[in-house]
Design a protein around this ligand. Structure first.
Ligand code: F6P
Length: 324
């Protein structure tokens, strides 16, 4: 049966470029004769039946805006049988053939469960948008480039103080489970050390390298750490005790999630939006769109949320070499 009605939902942590993705799906879908509705407040809004019509004009003036006009929620209820039944009912009542989910791994897991719970009637397409860039099936997620640039801009400023005061700065970026953002930010800001959950680091070795460097005239350091890479306070204390240098901690926090998307995040969102509609028109059942080796691609949705994306160890090595 030919698809008629798409529902778009943004789910999980917001990411800059989600709006550009909404706009791209709405406009390419309408251009191709499909109807589009939006679900407000993620899967929570779906359970509660918060459906709005989306027209060509309802997505005007949003391409440059961070966050998501549809709003988002980290929804626990969708993980329950009762919540899932309600969600599927709302989709059926609204005659939705396809659910386009803009989000990350947790959201794609939810999408997969919705497909199964609907008796495979509601098909699902995933559009990866997350500042963490941790979705298997795509080299880059929408929002990752923007968050990287935001963090790099902040660290460039922090470096001024680090240099002037001859201090060590430990800067925490987001990434509860994965270090993609920390690695990218560390490379782009010339960090002396990058700490990520995927790579075991030796604090004692790091401290003695800082002490040695200091003896040889290196007076300031930037250490970029992912949120999930360890206890920031303990790391700062250890550097201070061992290297006898002034250490400061700075958590970049939520500034990384917001703000106007970069051109790169917007264009990626546009290409993903177009590809999703192409997959819908082809009648695909469960796919996520992505970019692989610079080509827009599609892979199976369950692979995306079950699979683990590898951190680029070569880039990690390069960061170490460039920091000597
Ligand atoms: O999933 C993106 C992310 O930014 C993680 O890196 C971070 O740990 C988490 O969201 C924080 O989420 P919340 O704002 O829901 O606490």
């Amino acid at each position: 049966m030919k698809a008629k009605r798409i529902a778009i939902v943004t789910s999980g942590g917001d990411a800059p470029g989600m709006n550009a993705a909404i706009r791209a799906v709405v406009r390419t879908a309408i251009f191709n004769g499909l109807e589009v509705v939006g679900i407000e407040r993620g899967y929570q809004g779906l359970i509660e039946g918060q459906i709005v019509n989306l027209s060509l004009r309802s997505v005007s003036g949003i391409i440059n805006r961070g966050g998501t006009i549809l709003k988002t929620v980290r929804c626990e209820e969708i993980k329950t049988a009762k919540g899932m039944t309600k969600a599927v009912k709302v989709l059926e009542n609204n005659k939705v053939d396809y659910l386009a989910v803009i989000g990350g791994n947790g959201s794609f897991n939810g999408a997969w469960q919705i497909y199964q719970a609907s008796g495979k009637k509601v098909k699902v397409i995933g559009i990866p948008a997350s500042i963490d860039n941790d979705v298997a099936g795509t080299d880059e997620t929408v929002g990752f480039d923007t968050a990287t640039n935001t963090a790099v801009e902040a660290i460039d400023k922090i470096r001024d103080t680090a240099t002037s005061h001859e201090r060590v700065f430990v800067v925490e970026v987001m990434g509860r489970d994965r270090g993609f953002l920390a690695l990218q930010v560390g490379l782009a800001s010339g960090a002396e050390f990058i700490l990520v959950p995927e790579v075991k680091y030796d604090l004692i070795k790091m401290c003695s390298s800082i002490s040695n460097g200091h003896k040889h005239g290196k007076t300031s350091y930037i250490i970029v750490m992912a949120e999930g890479a360890g206890n920031s306070q303990a790391i700062c204390d250890q550097i201070h005790d061992c290297a006898r240098l002034e250490v400061r901690f700075s958590n970049l926090g939520y500034i990384q999630r917001g703000g106007s998307p970069t051109a790169r995040s917007r264009i990626l969102a546009e290409k993903f939006g177009e590809k999703s509609v192409e997959l819908i028109l082809k009648g695909e059942k469960t796919k996520i769109v992505g970019i692989k080796d610079n080509k827009i691609s599609a892979s199976s949705l369950d692979y995306a949320w079950k699979g683990t994306k590898e951190l680029d160890k070569k880039m990690y090595k390069l960061a170490e070499i460039l920091a000597i």
